[in-house]
Design a protein around this ligand. Structure first.
Ligand code: NFS
Length: 639
């Protein structure tokens, strides 16, 4: 097995990997070493769509050039890509739908939540064409939730949320190309139908299908989730919190929340506060909730809850021996958690009827049962405190301070301190003047096949050194948080000009400076990144595709990340991935997704203005991104 130093940059993770190995426990990092990657799957050339196969087309030119049905490698690779995007989209759309239902149940008095951001609710209602005057908050919320649910039902016209949130010039382009999605469920079903044996066999058409699917992801997934969550749970404002495994406290009952849809996580935080006394009865000092993955992001953004770790090392909070419960909902939850937990006193608690793990406990969560379920989960954790084995406890002690909570509203608020009448102007001026070269969103995951946090951090460092403004979401934001880039301390890594801009904005707000990377939230909150780009494009009267901006997912692992990336490409934003996107088996697909428009007849670059950049080395990737940013600056007439 490799040295733990090569598996993660996080010394706390390294420490616990050694402990796990000493105790004979395998983690994702060690499983990744033992599991060799299938060469056919890696190239995207394996087809499992029917029982004539599985068929595969060898990338080296040897063997059959078509499957039994006659599908060639381009069809197979394009279809597999569409499948990946569809999986990601389905996850995000279900997320949004759950929140829409929760709002309905809340305003009907069936679920214990109350609308938190009435201003945002009214703005949403207005944008959706709902009459606002004379209506109470609950009535408005109900109508907005109904509009949201129509995006899962209606049979004609584009998604409401696309009309609401799409940038005008980009929407015109999608319409011209006939790509506008109608409803999320319809499009997911249609995508599955076109992937079926004997369905769509035209690779270019399949890739356009992936674009439509990604618009569902962006609008009925990301935007709708964020918008409705902000209405129901509050729009994030700047918060300060701590990162790394040291946030787990030996004297406390520790509960980690892990997953994605914040309805449950919020309630666990609430009940942990209410049940402190129960913890004292079992000899603990209190109850400590820590975040993992995107549930961690959600409660960090809204409640300032500390974050223990991100995706690849999600098993390691258990290895501290001091975690009483890990409560999960859906997405990015390793089934291996239960195997690790069975070596400790930790209880893994699943909560959704369609996302269970065998051997784990199950406490069913729904918006209606939110209080009951959260109470039971916290009480179980409290009861587990006494089951600890003191000989197994080892908590790494490092923590890092970080700021988060940078919603677009918060960013605009901060800019207002510089220019109250025209808040975007200071930002646009800094970009136009070259103090800020461009903006990059570092997004997405960590992946046990890559040294954890290393690529996310290295890429961010390269960019800020070159005066590129960095915003971050998802598990990559956690990577930056762990190593100081979400704190003003990290300013020392910035180029001089970027540092002076961030310092000036920070000081106008009574802070020493803004951090070099702004944490904008979970993966669905990539919608906030899109909102920011839309605001800048509208301000300048151009398309998003014209902005000197890019996205990067250096340590990609999930289909959701591919769906989000495709959504940004559809908006004209270049998207870098640092992990093989599994399309290399088809030259055609590779060219459509990655070539410059001058170099191939049909490309996403030509159709939308954005392309996929695949580069595993984060330093080289940063150079490629900066190069494209400079090209876009030039096209805008900027130096
Ligand atoms: Ni995004 Fe968040 Fe993390 Fe990747 Fe998974 S938790 S939704 S997919 S691994 S960033």
């Amino acid at each position: 097995l490799p040295d733990v130093k090569d598996l993660s940059l996080d010394t706390g993770v390294q420490e616990l990997l050694v402990k796990a190995r000493n105790e004979g426990i395998a983690t994702a990092f060690d499983r990744a070493v033992k599991m060799s990657q299938c060469g056919f799957g890696s190239a995207g050339v394996c087809c499992k769509q029917c029982l004539e196969g599985p068929c595969r087309i060898a990338p080296n030119g040897k063997g059959p050039r078509a499957g039994v049905c006659g599908a060639n490698v381009d069809t197979i690779v394009a279809r597999n890509f569409l499948n990946t995007v569809t999986q990601g989209t389905a996850s995000h759309a279900e997320h949004a739908r759950e929140v829409a239902h929760a709002i309905l149940e809340a305003v009907e008095g069936k679920a214990p939540y109350t609308i938190q951001d009435t201003g945002k609710l009214k703005a949403l209602a207005q944008g959706l064409g709902i009459t606002v005057e004379g209506k109470g908050i609950n009535q408005l919320a109900k109508e907005v939730a109904h509009k949201a649910l129509e995006d899962f039902q209606k049979q004609q016209g584009p998604l409401h949320w696309l009309k609401l949130k799409g940038q005008t010039k980009e929407v015109e382009n999608w319409e011209k190309l006939g790509l506008l999605p109608v409803n999320a469920h319809l499009e997911v079903a249609k995508s599955m139908a076109r992937q079926v044996m004997g369905g769509d066999a035209d690779p270019a058409n399949l890739l356009l299908g992936a674009i439509t699917m990604s618009l569902v992801d962006g609008f009925a997934g990301l935007h709708m989730s964020t918008d409705l969550q902000d209405v129901l749970l509050g729009t994030p404002k700047a918060v300060k919190a701590q990162y790394r495994l040291g946030v787990i406290k030996e004297e406390m009952v520790n509960i980690s929340v892990h997953g994605h849809i914040p309805l449950l996580a919020e309630k666990v935080v609430e009940w942990a506060g209410k049940l402190k006394e129960e913890a004292r009865k079992v000899g603990a000092e209190g109850i400590n909730v820590v975040g993992v993955c995107c549930s961690g992001n959600e409660i960090l953004m809204r409640k300032g809850v500390n974050v223990a770790t991100n995706y690849a090392s999600q098993e390691l909070p258990i290895v501290t021996g001091a975690l009483e419960a890990m409560v999960v909902d859906i997405q990015c939850i390793m089934p291996g958690l239960q195997t690790v937990a069975s070596c400790y006193h930790t209880e893994i608690i699943t909560t959704l009827p369609y996302a269970k793990i065998s051997g784990a406990s199950h406490v069913e969560f729904s918006a209606e049962r939110a209080d009951e379920a959260a109470r039971e989960i916290v009480m179980r954790a409290v009861a587990n405190f006494k089951k600890r084995d003191p000989r197994k406890i080892a908590i790494p002690n490092e923590v890092t301070e970080a700021y988060a909570g940078f919603s677009v509203e918060q960013i605009v608020e901060a800019l207002k301190a510089v220019n109250p009448d025209d808040p975007l102007k200071p930002l646009v001026d800094a970009i136009a003047g070259g103090q800020i070269l461009g903006a990059v969103a570092i997004v997405g995951c960590t992946n046990p096949r890559k040294k954890q946090d290393y690529d996310n951090l290295t890429l961010a460092m390269e960019l800020i050194k070159n005066n590129v403004l960095v915003v971050a979401t998802g598990c990559s934001a956690h990577s930056l948080g762990k190593f100081g880039l979400l704190s003003p301390e990290g300013l020392k890594y910035c180029g001089e000009e970027l540092r002076s801009v961030l310092t000036a904005i920070g000081q106008a707000n009574g802070l020493p400076a803004l951090p070099p990377a702004l944490h904008m939230g979970s993966c669905v909150d990539n919608s906030r990144v899109a909102d920011l780009l839309t605001a800048l494009a509208d301000y300048l009267g151009v398309g998003i595709k014209d902005l000197p901006a890019a996205g990067s997912c250096p340590e990609t692992h999930h289909p959701k990340a591919i769906a989000i990336g495709t959504y940004f490409i559809a908006n004209g934003v270049d998207v870098h991935v640092g992990v093989n996107p599994q399309v290399s088996g088809s030259e055609l697909v590779v060219n459509v997704l990655t070539a410059n428009k001058e170099d191939f007849p049909v490309t996403t670059d030509g159709l939308f203005g954005g392309k996929l950049i695949y580069e595993e080395d984060p330093v080289k990737a940063a150079a490629l991104i900066i190069e494209r940013i400079k090209q876009k600056r030039k096209a805008l007439g900027l130096n």
